[in-house]
Ligand binder design. Structure first.
Ligand code: NAP
Length: 246
């Protein structure tokens, strides 16, 4: 499906981003991983992809800094000669009630989750336009649709990602570029790893499927939206949450 294509995956070192990187590589894509650190996990993910015989490189790039983003995307295009798919998965949480939330906790979550998604998309779009082809998949969250007590900064960033996704879909559909979002519920990654056993049991009660999702399940949906069987889908937000939103 993706042979000869290059995918940029922000947050591709671990969690959902890593699962997307591995899934797209399994189907033939070469992979540029953008991560905040050159970590052991980034190396492990790259190692898995390398073993498949795909080209893979890890780039340290803070997505909340536009000058780093634009330089990194330029380097990726030089290294891989073209880019075809962008998955915006880099994200953080800094949970607190709004009354206790510091400016830094508001700014860093908005800067990474929302502005990061906007910056990397902006840096890639000219290349997609030249090719008259491109696939953008943004990892939003059901929290961006529902809100969540204790996550006002995060929910606002993900609601922003959803508005951004729809706007980019409208701006670039005529250029052969699709832009969609997936909205996961609770997925087993480092991000949800800090929850206590009691918190997990309470959350599970609100999930009709009765369990957290796996990153690989999100990656399947991302691969569909990044592939050739979804050419007439753009501006959509697809929930993948075990029924939690119903
Ligand atoms: P994760 O396991 O904590 O991984 C976060 C990823 O983002 C890492 O690759 C990290 O890089 C990268 N990152 C963080 N800040 C960055 C920055 N400033 N610049 C570049 N990269 C940065 O998280 P996850 O659970 O896979 O989440 C992935 C996405 O899915 C996020 O956007 C998250 O909001 C969304 N999501 C997650 C869930 C869930 O339940 N897990 C649910 C809904 C939505 P390093 O490894 O270098 O730190």
């Amino acid at each position: 499906m993706f042979v000869g294509k290059t995918a940029i995956i922000t947050g591709g070192s671990r969690g959902i981003g890593a699962a997307c990187a591995v899934k797209l590589a399994e189907q033939g894509a070469d992979i540029a991983i953008l991560a905040a650190h050159m970590s052991e996990k980034a190396g492990e993910t790259a190692g898995i992809i390398e073993k498949m015989g795909r080209k893979v490189k890890v780039y340290v790039c803070d997505v909340s800094d536009f000058s780093q983003v634009s330089k990194t995307v330029e380097t990726v295009i030089n290294d891989f000669s073209h880019i075809d798919i962008l998955v915006n998965s880099a994200g953080i949480t800094k949970d607190k009630l709004i009354i206790q939330m510091t400016d830094e906790e508001i700014d860093s979550v908005i800067d990474t989750n929302l502005k990061g998604c906007m910056y990397v998309t902006k840096a890639c779009i000219r290349s997609f336009m030249r090719q008259k082809n491109g696939r953008i998949v943004n990892i939003a969250s059901v929290v961006g649709l529902m809100g969540n007590a204790g996550q006002a900064n995060y929910a606002a960033s993900k609601a922003g990602v959803i508005g951004f996704t729809k706007s980019i879909a409208k701006e670039y559909a005529s250029k052969g570029i699709t832009c969609n979002a997936v909205a996961p519920g609770f997925i087993c990654t480092d991000m949800t790893g800090a929850l206590s056993g009691d918190q997990i049991e309470a959350i599970k009660k609100n999930i009709p499927c009765g369990r957290f999702g796996q990153a690989g399940e999100v990656a399947e949906l991302v691969a569909f939206l990044a592939g050739d069987n979804s050419t007439y889908i753009t501006g959509e937000v697809i929930k993948i949450d075990g029924g939690m939103y119903i």
